[in-house]
Design a protein around this ligand. Structure first.
Ligand code: ZN
Length: 119
């Protein structure tokens, strides 16, 4: 049984008592319970997101030599701009030498090599 189904059951029982004041009160209470339940779900989702972010914070290391962030064991770097500004771990896409080289970020659109003035 969840708080939502319990509340609905109580509302139905009170409806049978046929007391308008009591019914109005339980309907108000039901609305507040639904609101709190929704807020609780949003908070749980936010905690889940932050936990995921914390895992990534622990896993990403900044490489001073090339200025990229890497996850141990992964050769593909992450966008420094997205990570440092928004804490979004976005893999970069390698750009061929014919197109100027470096790495592009599909989210912020910044070519990482160009942003650092070469290399
Ligand atoms: Zn980016």
């Amino acid at each position: 049984m969840s708080i939502i189904s319990d509340t609905k059951e109580i509302v139905e029982l009170i409806q049978k008592v046929d007391n308008a004041d009591l019914y109005r009160k339980i309907i108000d209470l039901q609305g507040e319970i639904y609101e709190m339940h929704g807020a609780n779900m949003e908070l749980k989702e936010k905690v889940r997101e932050l936990e995921q972010q914390l895992i990534i914070v622990r896993e990403l290391d900044f490489n001073e030599q090339d200025g990229y962030y890497y996850k141990e064991g992964e050769p593909v770097p992450y966008c420094s701009t997205c990570w440092e500004n928004d804490r979004k771990a976005i893999h970069l896409t390698k750009v061929g030498a014919d197109y100027g080289g470096g790495h592009n970020c599909e989210v912020c659109g910044i070519n990482q090599m160009a942003a650092r003035g070469g290399n």
